[in-house]
Write a protein that binds this ligand. Sequence first.
Ligand code: FE
Length: 181
Amino acid sequence: MYEVQGRTFDTDPDQARQPYRHPQPVDCRPEIVLPDAVPTDERIWVPTQENVWFRPLCLNASDGYWTTMLRVRKSGVLSRHRHPKPVHGLVVKGSWRYLEHDWVATEGAYVYETPGETHTLVVDDDVEEMITFFQVNGAMIYVDPDGKAMGYDDVFTRIDLCRRHYEAVGLGADYVNQFIR
Ligand code: FE
């Protein structure tokens, strides 16, 4: 046994590798494991605007957030939007920037978008494709250049969009259910 900050841990490898031997809590929802977070099956990508797609990873209806891979190709623009809650992003491929900032998010970068931010995501002409993991909390409020609200997305509009897309491409509306928690 050894102790770190008042907690004790097993040093015996047989003990350390012994699995938890009780059932998970009854209200605990099943985990999601997607081996193809960046899928090759084109049908899984849900189009939202010209040259913009997302693929759902976790659509958390009970906690009001969603995680996705966002894919934007050459010259794509993700509509100007405001965040009431934080966003976490990790760039998996390519690069992108916001019209409102002077930095560029490049492959491997982590980005924190702070509540209250309004911005417009663009992919420049010299980038064939960018793919970024995003956790979006609450909502995205689409606004005009003066901040006037034009529309929104939340986890429920995302689920609805996925349902319609998967039905249309032949995967069936229920294909989205595996991502919902
Ligand atoms: Fe954003």
